[in-house]
Structure formats: structure tokens, C-alpha cells
Design a protein around this ligand. Sequence first.
Ligand code: BGC
Length: 811
Amino acid sequence: MKYGYFDDANREYVITTPRTPLPWINYLGSMEFFGLFSNTAGGYDFYKDAKLLRLTRYRYNNSPYDCGGRYYYIKDGDTVWNPGWQPVQTELDAYTCRHGMGYSVITGKKNDLEAELLAFVPISDNCEINRIKLTNLSSSKKEIDLFSYIEFCLWNAEDDSTNFQRNFSTGEVEVIGSTIYHKTEYRERRRHYAIYTVNKEVAGFDTSRDEFVGLYNGARNPQVVAEGKSHNSECHGWAPIGSHHLKVSLEPGASETFVFLLGYVENPKDQKFEAPNVVNKKPAIEMMSKYDTDAKVDKAFDDLKVYWDELLSKYTVNSEDEKLNRLVNIWNQYQCMITFNMSRSASYFESGMGRGMGFRDSCQDLLGFVHLVPERARERIIDIANTQFENGSTYHQYQPLTKRGNAAIGGGFNDDPLWLIACVCAYLRETGDFSILDEKCAFDNDESKATPLLDHLDRSFTYIATNLGPHALPLIGRADWNDCLNLNCFSEEPGESFQITGPSEGPVAESVFIAGLFVKYGKEYASLLSRIGKEDRAKEVTAEVDKMVAAVEDKGWDGEWFVRAYDAYSNPVGSKVCEEGQIYIEPQGMCVMAGIGVENGKAEKALKSVEEKLDTKFGITLLQPAYTKYHVELGEITSYPPGYKENAGIFCHNNPWIACAETVVGHGNRAFEVFKKTCPIYLEEISEIHRTEPYVYCQMVAGCDAPTFGEGKNSWLTGTAAWTFTAMSQYILGIQPTFDGLMVNPCIPSDNKGYKIKRTYRGCDYDIEIKNPNGVEKGVASMTVDGQAVDGNIIPIAKDKKQVSVVVTMG
Ligand code: BGC
């Protein structure tokens, strides 16, 4: 069942009922100010950090779903309704929500009145614009009351939802004309406040939630709206809100617009006040003046569209598969940018209070956005590298606001350092900007110890190479990519963190997955070293990589597939000798991507085992058989009921590893099949089962052992976005940046007769046509560049040209 449709021309998903299986959301904001915006106008806003600088409240895990948002109540005679249906839930005569690139438009209709709500965050301002357009479609004059309503968060979202003994006394506001200033804690240590304003004269306002909503009413039937008149309340403590009352007269056929603005304003410390205890409002007034007319809002909205047009023009495919085009050209790249902005902080599943930026997450996300925003990717790399420890290991997370490592979690996740090599190599292949390797980066943010980025990469590599276990495989530490495989934890007490309990640096437990990762990125590191003339070090690195390949082939091979790990007793995990959890997906994908066993048939065997033992109609499960008992020696992975999350769920993040691996052994048909099974766009028709948004990936789909097989969870903030884009754009469609130009190496279904790619690369636009006349899955027979035949499959870097045409014939 579908709940909407794709409008590709406008790059929108159009939702046609407010009753979606879960709230289906969008993200507003591109730089520092962000909003989450659901199809019923739910969600919240924050500046830079969803935990520390939250502007509005949201109630996670609530019933009904999706409580808290920017709500507009329309009182038309006796009927009260919202354009987005929530929170009043009056049945609408018509409803659509168009989620587009950085904006959403909700249109509701009731009793011949239409309300259109456009929401977006201008490219370079710290505010969310909500423009409401009311149109009288009836043949008689309408007198309407329009009320706005948002609930302010007292900045620190965690404190806001726990520390009531203090917070019920701190709230402060000020109202001047149509502008509500939320200034809680401004008198003391804060130098920022929020504004909520409208560009028209108001009939009244409210800033006290109890007054607006009524003591026991709730947002579904606010007192003030029922009465049709604001109380002009000024809040003192309790719950500060912002509400405006506008009186609207509309002749038949007439329209009127209202521009609401919710903004974040910061003053320099010495300019906080314009008079004793009078807030300096200058920057707020400036901000408001930039959006106080329709024309100004139109211009800001156009700028946003141009921004996305430019971003999404860097890689486009034109194929016969409209769903593939839609994924690659619009939604996958859009999701990659959202992971760039949010990491794993704020979604409808991530509360914005829990996690900072993950070290490995951020490095992997970069694979998906480096071609879109290379300059910002560069900054991100430096920020990440600054949190590394001197011995080459890393913090597992860092805070976006302070950019410091998160000491509460610490380090000891032994895959983390290798992802730094992965993302730096990706950056270099994309940009050719080798100067980044000389960039001085701190250790644990201590600038006095800064060394060039290249040295950081070397320490990453060396850390893994010198922390090996009894089988000469890398020690796993607290966990590797799979945060829930905790082989050094042994937790028996409820509530203990599986990641930080127990001895982190266990001397025995090893990871075959990290071994595969080491081989893949060790090879990339060696080729980087050769490329910059450091042949001696390249040879040493290659020797270490070769040793690791031998260790994997020896102790990391189970006969039909790669072992997953060895536990703290040196017993194998993910082996046929195990009772449960005999085969895991991660080492099969990573080892084959690294090229291990490609020449001796182990790679083919491992992938066959994946197909036979892990595959389902909704994607490849993480392991089989699912764990039915808690295994104290394995940790969190066995804490989940069978079929969920890491315990045999379909973890979308590592499905593309298998797609990539299949291309390594030349299986274009299978690679595409793997891709399609988890791709939300191909699942749109079964949205009632999948439940999460059909336009973005979710982290996990319930596996075949789960009672809700096929149900998605944790949409938006997942490394799936970056890995799917990498798998599709580089491994399947086969346009791979190298240090010396674009390589064309497609691996596609045999019935794909060809497609075209437009790729902007190092300042030049490449038009690449791939022809597949003989229906092969892999192999380039010939290539011409601007009509000239070229040997091999690397397009030489265009020196003086801005436009290059390439024709590639497979065979
Ligand atoms: C984490 C990733 C981790 C994955 C698998 C996600 O929630 O953000 O860092 O690799 O789970 O455990």
C-alpha cells in the first residue's frame, strides 16, 4: 500500500494522507540551524547541537505519535483545524505534504478554505520560515482566526526534560509587537535567545502554555483557540510558548499570506544588553527584516532551490530504470547530506541528546558526501583527526559543538582508526588535494602535539598492525563496526553499557572483520604512499597487509565462509561449530571487498554462503541462526530478540558491502538484486509493512526471525546512505574516482543495455555513456574520450577543458 507518490520533476515525495504508518519526516537547514519537519508539521528546531541548543520541545516516544511541532490553528466559524491535521485531527477535505530538498509544503483544505504552509530554513540564516497562505475558495466572505503555537525548549534538551525543580522557575519571555522573545537564562550565562515572530500586526499573543492550552486540555483542543481570543499571557517560569493570534478577513477568491519566523540570535558577550537588563535586539530585528515580505521569502526559497540544483548536478544517472534514477539523482544523495549535517544525533529515532558524532560513522558518511561538498569534507576530516590519540587509537565519538572527544564513551573500538584512512583516501581521490596530508592535526585536541595528517594515518595503520591477538588477527577491543558484538564486556547487571563495561583492551578477542578492513584500507594506504613517493613505507605497509591476508585465509576461514571473530576464550564466533550465530554478514562483505580469496575461490564461496544462509526477500540478515539465548561472552548482540537489530536483523548498512563484494567477483545481476531488496524506493508499494519513509533508508529492517519481518526502523541517520551511494555510483554503475582520474568499471545486470552518467569531477563535467551491446555483467572492451580511443579504463584528468564526452563499450 502506498501513502503518496514520487514527483521526480520537483524532487519531492508527495504524501496524500496524514495517517502514515509512522510520522514521515524531512530535514530543514543546510548549515548551522536545523529543523525536523514531519508530514503533520511535527518536529523541532535547534542550532548546531540538538542537545545543547534546542529551540523547541518535542516529546519522543509519545502517544499519539508526533507530539510537538509548529502548529497553526484555523478557526473558521465553529470548525477548528490544522493544515497538517495534527494536533486537532479534524478530518480535512484535502491534504498533501510535499517533502522536497530542504523544504516541505503542507496543504490542507476544509470548508472551502485552503491553507498552504511552506517551511524551510534559508541557506545562510539561523531561522525557520513558515509561510502560511490562506485562500477563500467559497463564494462568501470569511472571517477567520489564525493562531500559531510553538513550545520553547529551555535550551539543553536533556535538562529540559528532567530538571523540573529548577526549570519550572526559570522561563522568561518578552513580547514586543508581533515578536515573542524567549530569553530564559539570558540574564545569566547565556548570550543567545530565540524569537518567534510574524510579519503582520497581531490581535493578541500568548507565552504561557497553561494559559494557551488550558490546564487539562492539551494541544488537541487549546482553550484560547476554543475561545477565539488570546489571553495576552506573559509566562513566568513553567512552560514558555509562543502563540500569535491573527484576525483574517477574506473576500471570495482572496488570499492572504503570513510569514512566521522562528530564529536563533546570539550576541557578543559585551553586547548582550542595550540598557540594564534590556536584551540587545539589534540582530533579531535585522534577521526579521530579511524575511518580512513575500518577495523576500520567495527569493530565499529560490536560493535554496539553486543550492540543491547545484549539489545534485554533480552525479546524475540517466537509465531506463526510473526508480534507480530517482534514488541516485535525488534521494540517496539528499540522505547523504542529511547524515553529513546530523551524523547520528537528531531523527525521530535518535533523540538528539544521546550521541555526538561517531568517529567511524562520520568517516563513513564522508564517502557519500565528499563529491558534493569537498571543502566541508576537508574541514570534517581535520575535526575528526584532531580527536585521535597519540597511539593511533581514537575516541569513539566527539561533540559537534566543542569538537572534542567524548570522554564518557572513550575509545577502544578498534575498527575506528582505519575509517580515517578510508575517508582521507576518498577525499584525495575525489579532489586530488594532497595538501591535506600536510595539515597539522592535534592529538586529543591538544594543539601542542599536532602532527601532519599523514602521520595520523600512519598511526592508525600501525595501531591495528601492532595490536594483534593469538591468531595474528586484530584485537577487537570494545567492539568493531558491530557495536553490539562486545567480546570483552561480560555484563551481568541490567543497565550497564555493553560498550564501556568490562576491560576494553582484552588481549585475546579478535575480529576478522577488522582484518578485512585492514587489508582493504591498508592497500589503499600503500597506494597513497606510493603516489606521494614514499615507496619504502609503502612496501612495509604492503608486507603487513600480506601477513594479514595470510592470517585471514588461515584462521579466519571456516571452510565455506569467513569466521566473524574469536571471543575472549579464543573460541570462534560466526563458525559452523557455533550453536547459534554460525555465519555473519560483515566479514564476507569486507574481506571480499578487500580482495581476500578472490583468486582462490574463497570469495565466491563466501558470497554463495551469504546467498544460501543469510538472504531473505527483504534483504540479507546480519547473522544466522539468530541468537535465542543471552550469551554473556558475546554481549549486546544477544540481548535483542531474534530478528531485531544486530541479532539477525537486516542491517541495511552492510547489505551494500555484499553488493560491492559481488561486483568484485563480477556478479552484476546479483549485485543489483542485493541493492534492490533494501532500497526503500522499490518498497514503496508495501509501505504498510515497511512503515518508514519510502524515500530514505532506515538502519534496520526486521529479519525473518522477527514477528514483524520486513518492518523498518531508525530511518534517516544511517551509514547505509553513504554505502549505498558508494556501491551504486562506484561499484555498480562503476564511476570510480582514483588518484589520477575517473575509472570506469561498471558491473551491472546483463539485461541492462546501457545508461548515461553526468559527473562533475575536479572542475570538469564528464558526460559518460556506457553501452552494453552484448549483455555482459562486467568488463570494458573499449573507451573513447572526446572521440579519441584511450587504452585502459581511466579517463585522463581534463587539464584545460570544462566538458568531456566519454563513450564506454562493455564486453
Ligand atoms: C552505529 C554504528 C554501528 C552500527 C552497527 C549504529 O547504530 O551508529 O557506528 O556501526 O550501529 O552496530
